[in-house]
Design a protein around this ligand. Structure first.
Ligand code: F6R
Length: 261
């Protein structure tokens, strides 16, 4: 696992955008795994800014897979992750909706939705780079504490803490759906490169537990310790709980520039 400490959210966004662009430049048919939530938005805005300026790679052949989706929202709801990712990233990059996949929350297919999504991911050849955020309780995608470390895409129930955190998108806690479909921790581990982004003091404890704590279902993001290619991009506030932060700084400063993330 490589931990990169950066001054602020803007620098996190720049390096994340560089890394995603490098993946697409090296493999035009790359499969991008996309998180929603607030943390990746500056990264997505940076990708869009560069694309509009004619600086980024071509996204003509990429395919995208979202991490998770709410269950129980009316189709087309603005806070569904399908609508969110289209609005915040894929539409502005010109990636057509048929190249953007997400777990299907329609009520009639719910029982098989997880398995069908796993099949879609496999058929696409797997995710080349997976953008991830982290919950204040250590959740990864919507795998809440206690989730099996080998889990696959399935229906889950959100914790009260996560519903409270996401109430800002819905106006009230009561309006936040209780159920979600989420890639499992085992699904996420299959992606070839994991890019965890964390910014702000509220994430400091979760980042410390994920990166330096024990591997445990009590902190689902600690499963990243099992993956061979993880880049954790954190701003100073989110890095505040890391005991080895001076070491991470030294390692990154001494990194050969050809190596990339
Ligand atoms: C979103 C997702 C979640 C978020 C997490 C952090 O697709 O899977 O795990 O990454 O809840 O959310 P923000 O970035 O809003 O703090």
């Amino acid at each position: 696992m490589e931990v990169v400490l950066l001054a602020d959210a803007r620098q996190v966004a720049r390096l994340a955008a560089d890394t995603i662009e490098a993946t697409v430049a090296a493999k035009p048919q790359a499969v991008l795994g996309l998180a929603t939530g607030s943390t990746p938005l500056p990264t997505y805005q940076e990708l869009i800014r560069r694309h509009r300026a004619g600086l980024g790679p071509s996204y003509d052949q990429v395919r995208c897979f979202t991490l998770d989706e709410y269950v129980g929202l009316p189709p087309g709801h603005q806070q569904s992750y399908r609508a969110t990712i289209a609005r915040e990233l894929t539409d502005p990059l010109g990636i057509p909706p048929d190249r953007v996949h997400g777990p299907d929350p329609s009520p009639e297919g719910l029982a098989s939705a997880g398995e069908r999504y796993e099949q879609e991911l496999t058929a696409a050849g797997g995710v080349d780079i997976q953008v991830l955020g982290i919950g204040t309780d250590g959740h990864l995608a919507f795998n809440e504490p206690g989730s099996a470390l080998t889990s696959l895409t399935r229906l889950k129930t959100l914790t009260a803490e996560t519903r409270q955190a996401n109430a800002r998108f819905f106006g009230s806690v009561a309006a936040v759906p209780r159920h979600v479909l989420t890639q499992g921790l085992g699904t996420i581990l299959r992606a070839r490169h994991l890019l965890l982004l964390a910014t702000g003091a509220a994430k400091a404890d979760a980042v410390a537990a994920a990166v330096e704590g024990p591997l445990s279902a009590s902190c689902p993001a600690s499963v990243l310790q099992l993956h061979r290619h993880v880049s954790v991009l954190v701003d100073e506030e989110a890095a505040a709980g890391l005991a080895r932060r001076e070491h991470y700084r030294e390692v990154y400063a001494a990194k050969p520039c050809w190596q990339g993330l």
